[in-house]
Design a protein around this ligand. Structure first.
Ligand SMILES: Nc1ncnc2c1ncn2[C@@H]1O[C@H](COP(=O)(O)OP(=O)(O)O)[C@@H](O)[C@H]1O
Ligand SMILES: [Mg+2]
Length: 249
């Protein structure tokens, strides 16, 4: 009998820490491109000697310039959104890293398999605590693109958000499907999380964001948090910017 090389046993990352390790060090094998995406969004397999998963890779070289986001990169905004998400403890954004890839530096994010059973159009209208946390998160990062396709409920009930390339503008640009709590009192848990963010933004988190965002963008993030803590309420549409994404899904 001829000796066959033993195939390594690969498994999916067991938690976010393993996912980050895989995303940071794994070898990327591209499989396709998301054709409905506005920038170059590639999907591929990523693997180390022991871990494997699917990932999204958005090379900086594939970014279309945007008149209203003149500084930095979309990948840098994606990472910044991930850092804020981590600071909230809400795990809104899937594990995301900035690294070199087949087309140069870019953001690499864990691919999330959504729950096919969920009717997204119905789901996004629900009074769901996870969606409500996402609404607070979006207000913090000033998300200009929270459409239905950027909301991914998974079978265990957790809800992920993706596509944070156009967050952190210095102008009010919150554009989202998640307005149902606009003007209502923030849950006590959200207030606690916002207080933690306010602290973090004055220190470590602020410095880490500044690696990807301008000082002014970081300052405006602090101000959005401060404003929510001052009013104690979910923000309302500003009136001079379309409040709803189009198309909505
Ligand atoms: N991490 C992810 N897991 C699963 N699906 C994703 C993920 N990131 C993006 N997608 C899917 O790919 C589509 C295109 O990606 P997106 O990030 O929206 O690209 P673009 O910035 O070009 O709009 C999204 O609408 C979503 O359906
Ligand atoms: Mg998109």
């Amino acid at each position: 009998m001829s000796e066959r090389p033993v195939e390594p046993v690969l498994r999916a990352p067991a938690d976010d820490a393993e996912a980050l390790q895989l995303l940071q060090t794994g070898e990327i094998d591209l499989e396709g491109r998301m054709l409905d995406a506005s920038n170059v969004t590639l999907v591929g397999a990523i693997r180390t000697e022991s871990l494997a998963a699917e990932c999204v890779y958005k090379p900086v070289a594939g970014e279309r310039p945007l008149w209203d986001f003149p500084d930095g990169t979309l990948a840098g905004r994606e990472i910044s959104a991930y850092l804020v998400s981590e600071a909230t403890g809400w795990r809104v954004v899937p594990p995301t890293v900035l690294r070199d890839g087949p087309f140069g530096p870019g953001m690499v994010q864990l691919w999330i398999d959504g729950d096919d059973e969920v009717d997204l159009a119905e789901f996004v209208r629900r009074d769901d605590p996870a969606l409500r946390r996402m609404a607070v998160f979006d207000a913090v990062v000033n998300n200009a693109d929270r459409k239905g396709g950027h909301i991914i409920p998974v079978p265990d009930g957790h809800v992920y958000g993706v596509d944070h390339g156009i967050c952190f503008s210095v102008d009010p640009k919150l554009r989202t499907l998640l307005w149902r709590w606009a003007g209502t009192k923030l849950p006590a848990e959200a207030v606690r999380v916002l207080e933690g963010l306010a602290d973090g933004l004055r220190g470590d988190l602020g410095e880490r964001l500044h690696e990807h965002l301008t000082r002014r963008e970081v300052r405006c993030t602090q101000q959005r948090v401060a404003e929510m803590l001052r009013t104690g309420r979910h923000p309302e549409p500003s009136g001079d910017w379309p409040a709803l994404p189009w198309p909505p899904f």
